[in-house]
Design a binder for this molecule. Structure first.
Ligand code: GUN
Length: 294
């Protein structure tokens, strides 16, 4: 029987554990953690993510500030808003939802955020800390994957993990987390990407596959070995006339052909997705307390 890794349940556990810590913090007279989220434009997926992030803050009793701007704002205006949030002592985390309109440099925006409030873990200072194994903000989705592996009993220690995708948000940071010399990591890691001629050659050798290619059906059943663990990071909206919304969500792996071969697999939705928000809440708590869990 294939183990279905329930990200929704594990994310709920994390949020419940965090709520206890938040209540202790507030009881001791410390300031409530505060998160600011900036959304530029009308991308429906981004709107949905930002809505979920604000709701999660409210459930934990965090201060949440959201700023929404039209796609036409200038880069200069956005950088000015970030600068104001950097100066606010009641805001411990700043997140600018990506992707941004083409005329705004994501690099400049990321670097404008005070690295001590960079709950996304995208700032070069935090990326550097992750690579050398120093405490700092770790990007939420990779941090969530590490917790899923741990709490589902699929530890990567000594395993060969193949990461498919080399994005700065998922592929590169998860690879860096997995190679750390720690009981919860300690994996041998291969990264495959669009420059890899034969991805299946590598994924067939993997004990754990992290599918983060950003496209549906990037991993199919014939590409994995029996008994592997498959973590599907993809969230793709594909048209579905039978669904009320007109679309349905699929991952980067073809679930029907992969699941029967797997020891364990994450569903989409309900796998990695809910973990991302839970880890964002943990990162905001870290911003307020200076206590890092990585
Ligand atoms: N867009 C997709 N994922 C993310 C994320 O983790 N953080 C931000 N800021 N934008 C995203």
């Amino acid at each position: 029987m294939t183990q279905l890794i329930d990200g929704k349940a594990i994310a709920l556990q994390i949020r419940q554990e965090l709520k206890i810590e938040v209540d202790k913090l507030i009881f001791s007279g410390k300031p409530v953690p505060g998160l600011a989220v900036i959304l530029v434009g009308e991308n429906p997926a981004s709107q949905a993510y930002v809505g979920s992030k604000i709701k999660a803050c409210e459930e934990l009793g965090f201060l949440s500030v959201s700023e929404r701007y039209p796609e036409t704002i200038t880069e200069e205006f956005l950088l000015e808003r970030i600068s104001l949030l950097n100066q606010r002592s009641d805001i411990h985390g700043i997140l600018v939802q990506m992707p941004l309109p083409k005329h705004i440099s994501e690099k400049k925006v990321i670097e404008a955020i005070d690295y001590r409030k960079d709950v996304d873990g995208f700032h070069p200072v935090n990326v550097g800390k992750l690579v050398i194994g120093e405490p700092g903000f770790v990007p939420c989705t990779p941090a969530g994957i590490m917790v899923l592996l741990e709490r589902s009993g699929n530890l990567p220690d000594g395993k060969h993990v193949v990461v498919v995708g080399r994005s700065n948000i998922v592929g590169k940071p998860i690879a860096n987390l997995l190679v750390q010399k720690s009981k919860l990591a300690n994996a041998t890691v291969t990264i495959c990407h669009t420059g890899t001629p034969d991805i299946a050659k590598f994924t067939r050798e993997a004990d754990i596959v992290i599918a983060a290619a950003g496209k549906p059906n990037a991993i199919t059943g014939d590409m994995i070995k029996d008994g592997c663990v498959l973590i599907d990071v993809g969230i793709n909206r594909i048209p579905d006339s039978s669904a009320k919304s007109g679309y349905r969500l699929v991952g980067d792996a073809h679930f029907e052909s992969c699941a029967p071969k797997c020891k364990a697999i994450t569903p989409v939705p309900g796998g990695v997705g809910p973990m991302t928000i839970a880890m964002l809440m943990k990162n905001t708590f870290s911003g307020a307390t200076g206590q890092f869990f990585y």
